[in-house]
Design a protein around this ligand. Structure first.
Ligand SMILES: Cc1cc2nc3c(=O)[nH]c(=O)nc-3n(C[C@H](O)[C@H](O)[C@H](O)COP(=O)(O)O)c2cc1C
Ligand code: SF4
Length: 758
């Protein structure tokens, strides 16, 4: 039985012995066929991926694979089951096809939408005009077509809860909202729109900035200034409100300042100016340069205070209150240490002149931190506190009240950061270079001129989204009209100062130059200047040594020579004495002494200003405290004493204007500047300058004197006893809150307004 049972295996064994060679060859061939088939399939998968026919590895077989090749594999290997992908990280084989993407594709297309509301129809027609203006503007070529939407015909949810999402030719669209908003003190559909914006902002279910996806927004308001004269009275109140809510909803994406126009004035002109600004911003957005130089709009129209915005502009140390004072204190920037000699820059040629302020020097770092832009190797420019204030309609500097300088069109600069004094009240933190002679490399005036303008405009552009900036002032600010060469340092020190002045004048930019009465030769050689200042910090030698700490040994002789030179220039230049009063240093008992100096130089004007305490160690080291800052009434008392002292000498100077806010009073030569006005011949002060006339005279090439470009009468509000604040501007306190307007208070009882606010 057992044998029977094992018969079959025996036969099989026999069969194996007889045919094993053939069997082994057959098995080998079978295995080879399987292997070849597998390899062939894998090549097909890779090829299909490269061709983009397969989206993922797992999705095989793709239509390409299920076609002929896959069928062949299937038939060759009936038992083949595609291996399941192993768990774990996916293995990428082959090449991924690179997605073609250029910058243009990444930058969204910018499409303006003009929204408007109109009860009477005029705003509708302005909206159409604006669309035409934007469409025809070359700058908006990249941002057409422009859509115009009536707020009453849209669903607010489509545009004002979230940003509409659209694409065009594969590129996403980013919208630039432009809203033309009239105001009505009655209930209209516009009130509903405002309620919608407010509720959206307060709705806890909605993002804090649901419209942050917009490229930007800007509002243009239309109102009636005859019926609603000021913003407080309700002029353009609803446009202002829309602007406020849009700032919140967009997360501060105000791309261009709020424009306001009086429909009884020339609204079309205002609209046109605003359209120019808006289209230029639209162009910036379209090419991807965003809302200016890295500043996100501006913030909330109400909550964002001055200080925050200033911090954005000025960098780490935003003490721009001082800016007016730098210039006020007088462009004499005395520093104890000459940092240029401690520069870490390697000098390859020790005999070659060095840069005055090398990029790697502590001076450079310190100045740029304070918001200065250094131009070339020895010049600087900084946007003045008053420029920012004027852009927002919050008041201009005293030079506006005295001489008609539009602060928002004024550039404050210096071609020499170095100085030859070390005044006790200088707030330059002891970091500026000093020297008695120019021993540095000299930059070409063209480089300085272009550099200061470029940097000034850059800073102005950064203001475009700041709350409260007025559109028309912003547009005006983009054309500099005045230059105060008095920032820090000694401008007259620069060897090509006359060329630089000529460049300013050629572009019809007026020049106010402040020098420190230590460089008589340079002063004598000075060409035309719109207004020439000399700082007079003391009335006698000892006092001057104490307060100015001059580097020149013969400082008093230099000082006196400068006075004589000024006297010789009194018929060719509009000359000014700049007195900075420091209580305990140069005020008490000095009126007589100052009168003697005025007698010697006979300037057109004497500007008297209380010093501003800056709290630096330099000041503290010199024993300066807040006690040295005179109250405004003390400045007034000094000016009256000086006026009397001048009278005793037979010099007829009178108080031509005041600016209590800056603690500054102007004495003027009565014979030259107290002139008959109008038909009745009544005399009034004429301290303003006719700038157009000044440039005409210059261009005529004939000799002229200061009397030839005297401007209109000094405004009533700037006259003695009126405070000097333009009533058309809005007075605000340091937090930006409206201030009570001072009614005609006698100057002597005005409280110290200026304090540290310049
Ligand atoms: C009923 C009414 C109320 C108005 N209220 C104000 C107002 O409070 N503040 C303002 O500045 N203008 C006000 N205006 C002036 C309008 O805002 C201005 O005339 C505007 O251009 C009207 O635009 P529309 O013609 O598109 O309606 C008012 C006008 C009307 C008819
Ligand atoms: S004159 Fe110009 S730079 Fe000087 S404080 Fe006025 S605005 Fe500023």
């Amino acid at each position: 039985m057992l044998n029977q049972d094992f018969l079959l295996p025996d036969e099989l064994l026999h069969f194996w012995h007889v045919h094993r060679v053939e069997a082994l060859i057959l098995a080998g061939l079978l295995l080879l066929a399987v292997r070849l088939a597998l390899q062939w399939r894998s090549k097909l998968v890779i090829a299909a991926k490269i061709a983009g026919d397969i989206k993922t590895e797992e999705s095989a077989p793709t239509p390409a694979l299920t076609s002929r090749h896959a069928e062949e594999v299937k038939h060759a290997l009936p038992s083949y089951v595609p291996a399941r992908p192993k768990p774990g990280p996916k293995r990428v084989t082959g090449l991924r096809k690179a997605k073609p993407q250029n910058v243009e594709e990444r930058t969204p297309l910018v499409r303006p939408i003009i929204f408007y509301y109109s009860l009477g129809g005029s705003t509708r027609s302005y909206a159409t005009k604006l669309a035409a203006l934007l469409s025809s503007s070359a700058e908006t070529a990249q941002t057409v077509p422009v859509e115009v939407l009536d707020l009453t015909e849209i669903d607010y949810d489509d545009y004002f809860i979230a940003t509409p999402k659209q694409t065009e030719s594969g590129r996403s669209i980013s919208y630039f909202y432009l809203l033309l908003i009239p105001s009505y003190d009655i209930d209209t559909e516009l009130s509903n729109f405002l309620t919608h914006l407010e509720e959206t902002h307060h709705d806890f279910r909605i993002d804090t900035a649901p419209l942050s996806g917009l490229a930007g927004y800007s509002i243009f308001g239309l109102g009636d200034q005859q019926e609603w004269p000021t913003e407080q009275d309700g002029f353009c109140s609803q446009a202002i409100e829309v602007d406020k809510w849009m700032a919140k909803l967009t997360g501060r994406k105000r791309a261009f300042p709020l424009g306001l126009a009086d429909t009884r004035g020339s609204p079309e002109v205002k609209l046109q100016e605003w359209a120019i600004g808006v289209s230029s911003v639209g162009n910036d957005l379209a090419i991807g340069t965003g809302l200016g130089e890295g500043v996100t709009g501006s913030g909330d129209a109400v909550e964002s205070g001055d200080e925050d915005d200033d911090a954005v502009l000025d960098g780490a140390e935003s003490k721009d209150d001082r800016e007016g004072d730098v210039e006020d204190i007088g462009g004499r920037s005395p520093i104890p240490v000459d940092f240029t000699t401690t520069s870490r820059t390697k000098q390859t040629n020790p005999s070659a002149p060095k840069a005055m302020v090398p990029v790697s020097s502590p001076t450079y770092t310190s100045l740029t931190k304070q918001g200065y832009s250094i131009v070339g190797t020895h010049s600087g420019v900084k946007i003045c506190r008053w420029t920012k204030s004027a852009l927002r309609g919050r008041g201009s500097c005293y030079k506006y009240s005295f001489y008609g300088i539009a602060s928002h069109r004024c550039m404050e600069a210096t071609p020499s950061l170095s100085c030859s004094n070390k005044c006790v009240f200088c707030w330059r933190h002891g970091t500026n270079p000093v020297g008695t002679t120019w021993r540095w490399q000299v930059d070409e005036p063209e480089l300085i001129f272009d550099g200061i303008k470029e940097n000034h405009y850059k800073k102005i552009k950064m203001m475009k989204g700041v709350p409260g900036v007025r559109a028309e002032r912003f547009s005006e600010a983009m054309q500099i009209r005045h230059c105060a060469l008095s920032l820090v340092g000694e401008p007259i020190f620069y060897p090509h100062i006359n060329k630089l002045l000529a460049m300013l004048h050629a572009e019809h930019i007026s020049s106010f130059l402040v020098c420190n009465a230590q460089h008589p030769d340079e002063l004598a050689a000075l060409g035309p200047v719109t207004q020439l200042y000399v700082s007079i910090d003391a009335s006698n030698k000892e006092s001057l040594r104490k307060i100015d700490r001059p580097l020149h040994r013969d400082f008093w002789e230099r000082f006196q020579r400068c006075l004589d030179i000024l006297h010789t220039k009194r018929n060719t230049h509009r000359t000014v004495f700049r007195l900075t009063l420091v209580k305990g240093f140069n005020v008490d008992e000095e009126a007589e002494g100052y009168a003697a100096l005025v007698d010697r130089a006979r300037p057109s004007f004497v500007e008297v200003k209380g010093v501003t305490y800056c709290g630096t160690s330099t000041a503290a080291g010199a024993g300066l405290t807040m006690q040295n800052v005179p109250f405004y009434e003390e400045v007034c008392a000094f000016v009256l004493a000086l006026e009397a002292a001048l009278k005793r000498r037979g010099l007829d100077y009178g108080i031509g204007a005041e600016h209590a806010h800056s603690c500054c009073i102007l004495l003027a030569d009565r014979e030259r500047y107290f002139l008959p006005t109008g038909r009745n011949g009544e005399r009034r002060w004429h301290t303003l300058i006719d700038y157009t006339k000044f440039f005409q005279l210059l261009e005529n090439g004939e000799a002229f004197g200061p009397e030839d470009y005297i401007g209109d009468a000094t405004p009533e509000w700037a006259s003695w006893g009126k405070g000097g604040f333009d009533p058309r501007d809005e007075r605000v306190d340091r937090k930006g809150k409206p201030k009570e307007v001072l009614e005609e208070l006698p100057s002597a009882v005005m409280i110290r307004e200026a304090e540290v606010t310049g």
